[in-house]
Design a protein around this ligand. Structure first.
Ligand code: ADP
Ligand code: MG
Length: 540
């Protein structure tokens, strides 16, 4: 055996890319993701129409929604999707910004790699810049209290360009009212639990008919039309068990050989259901809300007792109801007593025309239970409004909790880039170059905002940078509607500081992580080749 045998340490179907190729490949994939969504940034950004394999259509401008629906395969590209998701969880808004930043950081890193700067040096420079950014941003931001005018501007900025245009004022008002009503003050700080705000969608009417309801709205009608439509002083039982006879196990057989036996069996069933309803009645409940089904016979007896019944209410709604009304969710109907019931002033079915009815539970014992009822002409419109409202809720909550805001329209990014460049100059060596590239990645935000608004990005950026050199320049950004550089604080284009701190944090983390990878080993379905088409669609 003198011949050299090739040595295989990996199975055959493994894809492997190493060294500079691995970096290039990852960077290219990440850039493609960023490029795909960059046209949606800002009020003048475009929307995307996404069609899934069963033909459902989503029309949206929301970064994280687009990326989630795209079913991205490439591992590096997937990490950018994670950036968007982290942003979504931490703030709710700013997902496009975060992904664009990550893409730009990588694009700029590539320039340095081409200059033979080692990736670990770039990563170190980026780390320095990211840490500096967090400090500088605190300094650039403005403190706020619970001034509702400001909060409304924040909500409105979040919703600009998201199909909510015509009703932005009404919706901003709803969002701010909702957040301030659920807000609690503790040791001079505000705490907002957005779980108290339920979003419910209802087709029909215009967006401007959306409303904030004190209480819970369930997209369900009473199970039997003869049940009362309104129950005052509601005593509510929440059941996570069915008001049904359990179907016999698959392998048990009941042999019935005579009509009498059948009748006896049915009577037995009916008696069981009747006793369940008796149990509910004995607890003094006049409303029963069931997470599972309610059998026809049980419906009949409930109706006879004048009890309002709802069935198949989702688990998350059951939990909201429990919090709102103080009811305990009961699993065993025999344990239901008056103690487990919750209270609300009114439970009412509201029906409009031929539409399915909905149930309003208002005047709950917990005043923090709220529902935003979102209206709109079509499902696609309502869904996009829902995403806009979620962004706005997250932004207003973040602004209140942190008490800090920054100005939008590219103002904060420009100011931060400027200060980073200044700070970077004192750094020695090649890290300085990385800090400068980090700063120019930030410039891409105003630049893309301008581009998406049909303005000249170079002219706008030059003018923007010039004014930021002046003393009053800190809050100047691009008014995408008139193409002028103006003070965004005065214009009311305001965002919570947290959008930016979070976006920079996760974008720089993913960029640094991808830069350190010099070997990609993928088994099976690799998905490692960057797609030849911009959206990564239609690839095998
Ligand atoms: P993201 O997913 O990052 O939130 P958006 O499409 O919501 O992306 O765009 C957010 C950007 O649009 C922010 O930079 C914000 O400052 C900017 N923006 C929002 N409203 C305005 C406005 N009226 N004028 C200029 N820029 C605005
Ligand atoms: Mg946004």
């Amino acid at each position: 055996m003198t011949d050299k045998q090739p040595i295989f340490i990996l199975p055959e179907n493994i894809q492997r890319i190493m060294g500079r190729d691995a970096q290039r490949n990852n960077i290219m994939a990440a850039r493609m993701v960023a490029d795909t969504i960059k046209t949606t940034l800002g009020p003048k950004g475009m929307d995307k129409m996404l069609v899934n394999n069963i033909g459902d259509i989503i029309i949206t401008n929301d970064g994280v929604t687009i990326l989630e629906e795209m079913e991205i395969e490439h591992p590096a590209a997937k990490m950018l999707v994670e950036v968007a998701k982290t942003q979504e969880d931490a703030v709710g808004d700013g997902t496009t910004t975060a992904v664009i930043l990550a893409g730009k950081l990588l694009e700029n890193a590539e320039k340095l790699l081409d200059k033979k700067i080692h990736p670990t040096v770039i990563a170190r420079g980026y780390r320095i810049a990211a840490e500096l950014s967090q400090e500088l941003l605190q300094d650039i931001s403005t403190k706020i209290g619970k001034d509702s005018l400001l909060l409304r501007s924040i909500a409105s900025t979040a919703m600009t360009g998201k199909g909510a245009e015509t009703s932005k004022d009404i919706l901003s008002d709803i969002v701010v009212k909702a957040v301030t009503q659920v807000m609690e003050e503790k040791d001079g700080k505000y705490i907002v639990d957005l779980n108290n705000v339920k979003l419910e969608k209802r087709k029909g009417g215009g967006i401007e008919d959306s409303e904030l309801i004190k209480g819970i709205v369930l997209d369900k009608e009473k199970v039997h039309s003869d049940m009362p439509s309104v129950v005052k002083n509601a005593r509510i039982a929440l059941l996570d068990t069915a008001l049904e006879i359990k179907a016999p196990e698959t392998d048990t057989k009941i042999s019935i050989s005579s009509p009498e036996q059948l009748q006896a069996f049915l009577d037995q069933e009916e008696r069981t259901l009747k006793s369940m309803v008796q149990q509910i009645k004995a607890s003094k409940a006049n409303v029963v809300i069931c997470q599972k089904g309610i059998d026809d016979v049980a419906q009949y007896y409930l109706t006879k007792e004048g009890i309002y019944g709802l069935r198949r209410v989702s688990k998350s709604d059951m939990e909201k109801l429990s919090k709102a009304t103080g009811a305990k969710i009961v699993s065993n109907i025999h344990e239901l007593t008056e103690k487990e019931l919750g209270n609300a002033e009114t439970v009412e079915e509201v029906k409009e025309g031929s539409e399915e009815g909905v149930t309003y539970i208002t005047g709950c014992v917990n005043p923090k239970a709220l529902t935003i009822l979102i209206r709109g002409g079509t499902e696609h419109v309502i869904d996009e409004i829902e995403r806009a409202i979620k962004d706005a809720l997250g932004d207003v909550a973040a602004a209140l909790q942190d008490g800090k805001i920054v100005s939008g329209g590219g103002a904060v990014e420009t100011e931060l880039a400027k200060r980073l460049r200044e700070k970077g100059q004192v750094l020695k060596g090649r890290e300085q170059l990385a800090v400068q590239e980090f700063a120019s990645a930030l410039d891409s935000i105003p630049s893309i905002l301008a581009e998406n608004a049909g303005l000249d990005p170079i002219d706008m950026l030059t003018e923007l940078k010039a004014i930021h050199e002046t003393e009053k320049g800190k809050n100047f950004g691009i008014d995408v509607y008139n193409g002028k550089i103006e003070d965004m604080m005065i214009k009311g284009v305001i965002e919570p500081l947290r959008i930016k701190t979070q976006a920079i944090k996760s974008a720089s983390e993913v960029a640094m992580m991808l830069l350190r990878i010099d070997d990609v080993i993928a088994s099976g379905k690799g998905g490692m080749m960057p797609p030849s088409q911009p959206m990564g669609m239609g690839e095998e």
